[in-house]
Write a protein that binds this ligand. Structure first.
Ligand SMILES: NC(=O)c1ccc[n+]([C@@H]2O[C@H](COP(=O)([O-])OP(=O)(O)OC[C@H]3O[C@@H](n4cnc5c(N)ncnc54)[C@H](O)[C@@H]3O)[C@@H](O)[C@H]2O)c1
Ligand SMILES: O=c1ccn([C@@H]2O[C@H](COP(=O)(O)OP(=O)(O)O[C@H]3O[C@H](CO)[C@@H](O)[C@H](O)[C@H]3O)[C@@H](O)[C@H]2O)c(=O)[nH]1
Length: 435
């Protein structure tokens, strides 16, 4: 099939490369000329395992092309996917201006003599597919188009794997020819029972509900971890016991510094705003966000207690800047808030990340020192705070941490370190819900 994908962020690029790998002819379009120039050379603008080899291979095979102009491929495509950003607006709702702009453009370029499926892959409020279709039809009343919702569920850091091994594919449309075409496109990726067809409204809600549930699961386990701490119970043992109930499952129950990234924070806010538009107060989701905002500052709270005289001149090594391992994405990363708070309190902060340093700098206070190797960040530190659980940190010997640092305080914000190893080295170890 011939596909055009609009937007080459995580979703557009990973989908484009994956559908090309499956034998489709793909054109990825982005307004960002610099990105398109890089992509034409096989350079991925994002760090994502397994993406660049697939990109190079499919450029070489001629299955994927890149363009800044939507018009060139749109008139010839069987399916056009919208994968542009839907960031958070000031009132918490989803800012749909990029989606509306693409809809306007599609109204100008879609042909009247060919059936085109337009797919919304971006995460958007209920009713957006309908609205995109009316914008297109207002511009061209003779157009033969069906606008559908096929939300994306990939995770950063495992995006390629998730695309080729999805738990489910949601196809939201009430138009039978569009449904058939979309089932045919996605069939190589999933078993028939994994392909769930719904109305566009339900598909749009499935995406928000999935992210809101997962975010709430994280805030739930963090709340339980905080209560564990107060009473001396251990969250690892508690999760093992709770997660053994198959109705709950042990997955996505890692206590830590809460969720960050480009999706959960904005999507939970967008769902709260969507409910409010219909006069419904989403109280559970509000609690999810409140717990999350407090949780990320736990390391600062712990250090304040350890240094009651204040953090002035206390040297703190912060390990990990990206919002999670396996990505260079800094969007809503806990490290940003933690470092800002530490610097505000007068601490001398030295940070490290194996992937993201230069791109992180503009988001951090100027006073922070960024280091390319772990040893430099740890040198003479009074305390170490692990923010992102990169393998490099998990594998770093406690004895080496001990010899590099002056102090003996370690705050393991992701419960990723071996507490006993650190205790054996004489450290005061602080985990989340585990001591
Ligand atoms: N990042 C993820 O892991 C993920 C996963 C699932 C769903 N989503 C959702 O998918 C959507 C895209 O997310 P992302 O992280 O890939 O986005 P992103 O913001 O990283 O990238 C979007 C791209 O779209 C381009 N763009 C904007 N307007 C354009 C236009 N009119 N024409 C052509 N290109 C245009 C931008 O230049 C940018 O390169 C969002 O709604 C997001 O919530 C993201
Ligand atoms: O048990 C857990 C699991 C995750 N996290 C945190 O939650 C955030 C999100 O993690 P993850 O879901 O792995 O990454 P994302 O790439 O943000 O993916 C989420 O957001 C995407 C965008 O909508 C969806 O497509 C995915 O299905 C959904 O998992 C990160 O900060 C993690 O550190 C925890 O604190 N505890």
């Amino acid at each position: 099939m011939k596909l055009t994908i609009v937007g080459t962020g995580y979703v557009g690029l990973v989908s484009g490369v994956s559908f090309a790998e499956l034998g489709n002819d793909v054109v990825c379009v982005d307004k960002d000329e610099r990105k398109i120039e890089q992509l034409k050379k096989g350079i991925s603008p994002i760090y994502e395992e397994g993406l660049e080899p697939l990109l190079e291979k499919n450029i070489h095979n001629g299955k994927i092309h890149f363009n800044t102009d939507l018009g060139e491929s749109a008139s010839d495509s069987d399916i056009i996917m919208i994968a542009v950003g839907t960031p958070q607006a000031d009132d918490g709702s989803a800012d749909l201006s990029f989606v509306w702009a693409v809809a306007e453009e599609l109204g100008d370029v879609l042909p009247s003599d060919k059936r085109t499926v337009v797919v919304n892959k971006s995460t958007v409020p209920i009713g957006t597919a309908e609205e995109v279709e009316s914008i297109i039809r207002e511009k061209n009343s003779r157009v033969d188009v069906a606008v559908c919702s096929v939300p994306e569920f990939l995770r950063e850091g495992s995006a390629v794997k998730d695309t080729f091994k999805p738990d489910r594919i949601i196809i939201g449309t009430n138009v039978s020819w569009a449904k058939e075409r979309l089932i045919q496109l996605h069939a190589p990726l999933a078993d028939a029972e994994q392909i769930i067809t719904t109305s566009p409204h339900s598909a749009e809600m499935i995406k928000y509900a999935s992210n809101a549930f997962l975010a709430t699961k994280i805030s739930f386990v963090n709340e339980i971890a905080n209560i564990c701490e107060a009473y001396g119970a251990n969250i690892d043992e508690v999760v093992q016991g709770v997660g053994a109930d198959r109705r709950i499952s042990p997955h996505f129950l890692n206590a830590g510094l809460g969720y960050g990234g480009s999706c959960f924070p904005k999507d939970v806010q967008a769902l709260i705003a969507l409910a409010k538009d219909k006069d419904y107060e989403a109280n559970l989701l509000r609690s999810t966000t409140t717990i999350n905002a407090t949780q990320r500052l736990k390391p600062v709270e712990i250090l304040r207690q350890r240094f009651p005289e204040g953090l002035g001149d206390v040297k703190v090594a912060v390990l990990g800047l990206a919002f999670k391992p396996g990505t260079d994405d800094m969007r809503y990363a806990p490290s940003i808030d933690i470092i800002h708070e530490l610097v505000k309190a007068g601490a001398d902060v030295h940070a490290h990340d194996p992937i993201v340093l230069d791109d992180a700098a503009p988001l951090l206070p100027r006073a922070v020192s960024l280091h390319e190797n772990i040893e430099q960040a740890l040198a003479d530190a009074d305390a170490m705070v692990l923010v992102t659980e990169w393998d490099a940190y998990k594998q770093y010997p406690a004895a080496d941490v001990s010899s590099a640092m002056t102090g003996k305080i370690v705050v393991d914000g992701r419960n990723a370190l071996d507490a006993n190893m650190f205790k054996e080295q004489g450290f005061d170890y602080y985990g989340i819900g585990r001591r």
